[in-house]
Design a protein around this ligand. Structure first.
Ligand code: BGC
Length: 443
């Protein structure tokens, strides 16, 4: 069916002038050089046997810390406008750490690639804890230090990456660092990260920075059936994944009475919500796939590499009839259009311009036609959202390089560029050449 966004095999339609094209990475997943910084919660977690599936650590990863010039050359060859990377708080706390980001930013600017740093992508210093409110204040101090050093060249900032996943996987289910299984007692971790975000927005503005956003993970939630129990379970999951992290920022309130469960209760968080709702200049969305959710089934559920406990008030079901990535995630490009139009309808003028800060897939191989098909479908789906009037300003592929995929270790490859973890040789995949050509055609 031909649509305004074209069909696979035909040229991708034009995006508006000034649309920002980029790729993303994160510090812990690519930098290595773990002995040249203080420890993070991820170092402690990966040291525990059985935590990471292939038993690996990120001690070396892609060794980007020492090979960043080569990686910036890959970015320049790709022709992206912008590069989203993360600044490691443990590295900034260590001698010479900020110098590294200084060199990286200079190298990017010299190559004509805009640096877009994320200030927290899950690698919390090991001596800190998001269960403690004070961590939010410590974060704002660290953000001021980074802004003071890089703010003369960085014009676009991201406070946090996916506080939802960090809360859920790291503190509720225990499959990511720091490995806690608190279930709903993990909610203060969400609140403290959101507070940290708001304080960071203020700290960045105080340092003269503009163009500030966040990278939140979102996806459509599909009820397993029209039955009331399934619809209610899906709504609840939507609150946890989407609304809990969007609404404090965009509306200044917690959804569905969740404020009651936050530290200090609804009255206690009221003044924090004013900080959390400090207006952002844009809103970043990481999209991978929708989730199909039904009523609890009273059994453990295995889903996308996770085991969800039986006592949760919902169950995650398979989305059938779709191709899946090597991770087992369904490929649903139109979920991106649905998500974006749904956000626009839900939040109206409260939703600032949107950037897709991550989108990508794990597949093996250098001739990665399946990755090309995934990205092609999602970029067209994004164009449909634009055509439907959603104000989207940019798109970042996850990821530039194959990298340390958290609890999956090196088993999942998300890169446009293959990394041989023995030799650290980088080899652009077919998808790298394809994305380069897509970008050239947009100029
Ligand atoms: C995270 C990345 C991760 C990617 C693929 C996102 O949730 O921000 O760090 O590698 O998804 O799992």
């Amino acid at each position: 069916m031909a649509t305004d966004a074209g069909t696979p095999g035909t040229a991708i339609p034009r995006f508006p002038d000034g649309f920002l094209w980029g790729v993303s990475t994160s510090a812990h997943q690519i930098e290595g050089a773990a002995d040249e910084r203080e420890a993070s919660v991820w170092d402690a977690f990966t040291a525990e046997p059985g935590r990471v599936k292939d038993g690996s650590t990120a001690a070396v990863a892609c060794d980007h810390y020492h090979r960043y010039r080569e990686d910036v050359a890959l970015l320049a060859g790709l022709g992206v406008d912008a590069y989203r990377f993360s600044v490691s708080w443990p590295r900034v706390n260590s001698p010479g750490g900020l110098d590294f980001y200084d060199r990286l930013v200079d190298e990017l600017c010299a190559a004509g690639v805009r640096p877009v740093p994320t200030l927290f992508h899950w690698d919390l210093p090991a001596r800190l804890d998001w269960l403690e409110r004070d961590t939010a204040a410590r974060f704002a101090e660290y953000v001021s230090v980074v802004a003071g050093r890089l703010g003369d060249r960085v014009t676009r900032w991201i406070t946090l990456n996916e506080p939802a996943e960090h809360t859920l996987l790291g503190h509720a289910l225990g499959v990511h660092a720091p490995g806690r299984q608190l279930l709903f007692d993990a909610l203060p971790v969400a609140h403290h990260q959101l507070l940290a975000h708001g304080l960071a927005v203020r700290a960045l503005r105080a340092a003269g920075a503009g163009d500030i956003g966040i990278a939140n993970s979102h996806g459509p939630i599909w009820p397993a059936s029209p039955e009331q129990a399934d619809v209610e379970a899906a709504d609840f999951y939507d609150v946890l994944l989407n609304r809990l992290f969007a609404e404090p920022l965009l509306l200044g309130e917690y959804p569905s009475g969740l404020g009651e469960l936050m530290p200090g209760g609804a009255a206690g968080v009221e003044s924090d919500l004013e900080i959390i709702a400090e207006p952002v200049d844009w809103y970043g969305i990481n999209y991978y796939a929708p989730t199909r959710v039904g009523a609890p089934q009273g059994t453990e559920i295995r889903f996308g590499g996770l085991t969800l406990p039986a006592e949760l008030p919902f169950s995650v079901r398979e989305i059938e009839g779709r191709p899946v990535t090597d991770f087992g995630w369904p490929v649903v490009p139109e979920g991106l259009t649905e998500l974006l139009t749904g956000f626009r309808d839900r939040y109206g003028e409260r939703l600032p311009p949107v950037f897709i800060t991550e989108n990508g897939c794990s597949y093996e191989g250098l001739e990665d036609q399946d990755r090309i098909a995934y990205l092609d479908g999602h970029i067209r789906a994004l164009h449909r959202a634009l055509a439907a009037g959603v104000d989207v300003r940019g798109y970042f592929v996850w990821s530039l390089l194959d990298n340390f995929e958290w609890a999956e270790g090196y088993a999942r490859r998300f890169g446009l560029v293959h990394v041989d973890y023995r030799t650290l040789v980088r080899t652009p995949k077919a998808s790298y050449a394809w994305f380069r050509d897509v970008l050239r055609a947009q100029r």
